[in-house]
Design a protein around this ligand. Sequence first.
Ligand code: NI
Length: 176
Amino acid sequence: MALLHILRYPDRRLHKVAARVERVDGGIRKLIKDMANTMYAAPGVGLAATQVDVHKRVIIIDVSETRDQLNVFINPELTAASGEAEREEGCLSVPGVFEKVRRAERITVRALDGDGSPFTLQAEGLLAVCIQHEMDHLEGKVFVEYLSRLKQQRILARLKKQGRRAPQPEAGRPVL
Ligand code: NI
């Protein structure tokens, strides 16, 4: 079992665009296992491969209370999106920062699961937020980039000040 290093904003590698997975092989399955260990240990409810400096279109999410409902999305694509909802988000790559972001309320996503089988999922609430947040990571986008320039500058200053010391995640605040 390996714990992977999570890149911290504003690391430039967080802005790389991930490549499609051509084949779900042993390497991808090991990546998923290591990402899951890393996400649960952090702890967070979602993690994109981009955040562990692997630029492949793989995201994992577990929004369950019991932390045993792992969702794997390989090459995810939104096929429908409707409504609008604003919700507070955090991110394992931006420790200690929580800000409201407006996103689609309901989405339909198509992807491959951890065995390489295609599936379609309709999601709303926290799961929908999380899927959109992680899919942004695959495009090289970090959630703070939705905020005003002033807010982004304040966040950058704060991250610089806190240095390597990451604040402990707070209960009830989703870290994606
Ligand atoms: Ni994130």
